[in-house]
Design a protein around this ligand. Structure first.
Ligand SMILES: [Zn+2]
Length: 276
């Protein structure tokens, strides 16, 4: 047994990723008395501005976007009952190929060793038993998500602390179901680009998923947390399906276990299996 509060640390790239990707496990484990630490790496300055203005468009004031998203993140954390929010404060690098990739202070141009050292310091402070981040593609290729993955894996290596490390993922069956529901709701489903899919495999075959966590009881918290990020167009899109459909679709969060010292058998249904 561990000599400190059982702790989950989720490392995310932008304000709102905590809600869409891990809102269910953050809410569920908080309800189970586990300390939940959220590390958000960037300020989200490349997000939508007032009225949906994109970076570079008139009406997009990056400083105002950062302030809005900071307040939204804090509101989201209240819905998810996150016990500790840590901000690394790097500048949002924008999508791959954007000039913001190489702007001063961007997360993407920050040396991995530097970001990892800062995160390692937080790991030594909180001593997380379980760490969650993205896979090496940041799931869909966003530079800040890739960088969050890199600094997390480097910090795990530096500290050797977490007993279990997970990457968020999606089973292919859920991705098919997602497309079906979107179409049913009359929402535009982007046609998959076969060449892109080959370059960047998203999600995993169901049988490759190691960890399935039921978070249906926390669908509303997850929905409310995402709703707190209402300035971002992508989230409004998700919220359009309503809390019931949202919970149905997002009620199981799935992970790939990539590091484990507990020996908990796979597949598992609990990130803390083997730890309590
Ligand atoms: Zn993001």
């Amino acid at each position: 047994m561990v000599d400190h509060p059982l702790t989950l640390m989720a490392v995310h790239a932008h304000p709102d990723d905590e809600a869409s990707g891990t809102g269910g496990v953050l809410a569920r484990y908080a309800a189970e008395g586990i300390r939940t630490v959220l590390v958000t790496c960037t300020d989200g300055g490349c997000g939508d501005g007032a009225g949906g203005a994109k970076p570079g468009e008139p009406g997009h004031d990056p400083a105002a976007v950062v302030a809005t998203r900071r307040a939204e993140l804090e509101a989201s954390c209240r819905f998810l009952k996150v016990s500790d929010l840590e901000l690394l404060g790097y500048a949002d690098s924008g999508m791959m190929g954007w000039p913001q990739n190489s702007a001063p202070g961007s997360f993407w141009t920050t040396p991995v060793a530097e970001g990892a050292e800062r995160l390692a310091k937080l790991m030594r402070h909180y001593r997380p038993d379980v760490v969650v981040t993205y896979d090496e593609n940041g799931f869909y290729g966003h530079p800040d998500h890739i960088q969050a993955h890199r600094i997390t894996m480097a910090a795990v290596e530096l500290t050797g602390l977490p007993a279990k490390v997970y990457w968020t993922t999606m089973p292919h069956s859920a991705m098919v179901e997602f497309g079906r529901i979107m179409a049913e709701l009359g929402m535009d489903v982007p046609e998959p680009d076969p060449s892109a899919e080959e370059a960047l495999p998203m999600g995993l075959p169901d049988e490759a998923i190691t960890t399935w966590v039921d978070v249906t009881s926390f669908g509303e918290s997850k929905y409310e947390a995402l709703a707190a990020h209402a300035s971002q167009g992508d989230n409004i899109f998700f919220l359009g399906m309503g809390v019931e459909r949202f919970t149905q679709l997002m009620g199981t969060e799935t992970f790939l276990r990539v590091h484990d010292t507990t020996g908990a058998p796979l597949p598992e249904t609990d990130l803390f299996a083997g730890l309590r």
